[in-house]
Design a protein around this ligand. Structure first.
Ligand SMILES: Cc1ncc(COP(=O)(O)O)c(C=O)c1O
Length: 369
């Protein structure tokens, strides 16, 4: 039995990277804004069609840098239905996370729920484009503007997604992408912060290099958030392949939709109007009428070597560091709890074979009860 994981990192052929590695080896410039960093940053800005972008070590550091660069103090409203890093970044930036409930269809932060938890201490909203699908960006922007709040998107899942013809990562004051090994686009580890204007990018660029201005001056509490030359060189090679990889994901997504159509108790996420998705994840909702609980289904798949994942269960608001702090969850989160109880993400990656996928579909269709 061979194991099939929820994802499998995409890589260019090793030979494609060797000339870049030779260049790095001979220059001995390994980090600190070398030529590959600058080439990749420029190429990625063009590829995504965004105004400004700053590469960084990973999205967790990117979120910390984004929040820090805006000089925020107080509470940040976010989604409990996310990876723990979203919320840990808020805490590391010296801010207090406050959870609001999500929308039952999109599984993204519900703008009306956000309004209900705004207090005089609220300084920002940090929504997550969960599974790479767009939040209700217009409604969130309206809430942010009405209350004078900053809007920082966790776009860790949303590489290459476009909404109404525009990069999803261009919405908000800042958006943060992840290039972790498990993502649609990877540089082993990495990330980027997308900014609307040059001055905020230059603050981020300074903060990601410890706040260093020049040999004699350091401004702000920075950190080491720099992307190194190896990751940047890999990023350049990956950029050439990512469109084809997203195309392969689209075909796998379509096969799941066809194969799982009409299975009682299984609900698939709808496709967003106006969105060009990246097919980063394939979540299914396992309802009470499926005949088997979500956890039992996950265990049965695992017994066949298929490692589907419960993204995101438990909710971050239920983790030990948050659940006993009334301030962080001032309102009940029923929609997020139901999603956390039902969701299961199926394997999806560009080279998932048709026979393997057919086996997964067959197990979901026929092995119940
Ligand atoms: C929603 C979300 N936010 C943030 C992160 C953190 O990204 P990174 O691993 O690049 O720090 C991840 C996953 O890794 C994520 O899924």
């Amino acid at each position: 039995m061979h194991n099939i994981y929820v994802t499998r990192p995409e890589l260019p052929p090793l030979e494609a990277l060797l000339p870049s590695l030779e260049e790095i080896w001979s220059s001995r410039v390994l980090s600190n804004g070398g030529v590959f960093h600058d080439r990749f940053e420029a190429a990625l800005t063009r590829h995504l069609g965004v105004a400004h972008l700053s590469l960084c070590t990973n999205a967790t550091i990117g979120l910390m840098l984004a929040l820090r660069s805006l000089g925020l103090r107080g509470e940040v409203i976010t989604s409990p239905f996310t990876f723990v890093a979203t919320v840990q970044a808020i805490e590391w930036a010296g801010l207090t996370p406050v959870f609001a409930d999500i929308d039952p269809v999109t599984l993204n932060l519900d703008p009306r729920a956000v309004e209900r938890v705004i207090t005089p201490d609220t300084c920002a909203i940090l929504p997550v484009h969960c599974y790479g699908h767009a939040c209700d960006v217009d409604a969130l922007e309206a809430v942010a503007q009405a209350h004078g709040l900053k809007l920082v998107y966790d776009a860790a899942h949303a590489f290459g997604v476009r909404l109404r013809g525009r990069a999803l990562a261009s919405w908000g004051d800042l958006s943060v992408l992840s290039f972790h090994a498990t993502k649609v686009f990877n540089t082993f580890e990495g990330g980027a912060i997308v900014a609307r204007d040059a001055p905020i990018k230059s603050v981020i660029d300074r903060l990601k290099n410890f706040g260093i201005v020049d040999e004699n001056h350091v401004e702000g509490v920075g950190l080491n958030g720099k992307m190194n030359e190896f990751c940047a060189a890999l990023g350049l090679a990956q950029l050439e392949r990512v469109e084809a990889a997203i195309g392969q994901r689209a075909r796998i997504d379509a096969r799941y939709r066809e194969g799982l159509d009409g299975v009682p108790g299984l609900r698939l996420q709808h496709l967003w109007p106006g969105e060009e998705p990246n097919h980063a994840y394939f979540p299914v909702r396992v309802g009470p009428d499926y005949g088997e609980s979500r956890d039992a289904l996950q265990a049965r798949l695992k017994a066949h070597g298929i490692h589907a994942r419960r993204y995101f269960c438990p909710l971050v608001s239920d983790l030990a560091d948050f659940r006993d702090r009334p301030q962080v969850a001032p309102q009940p989160l029923p929609v997020a709890h139901e999603a956390a109880d039902q969701v299961l993400c199926l394997p999806i990656y560009p080279d998932l074979g048709a026979a393997d996928q057919a086996r997964i579909i067959d197990l979901l269709r026929h092995g119940r009860g």
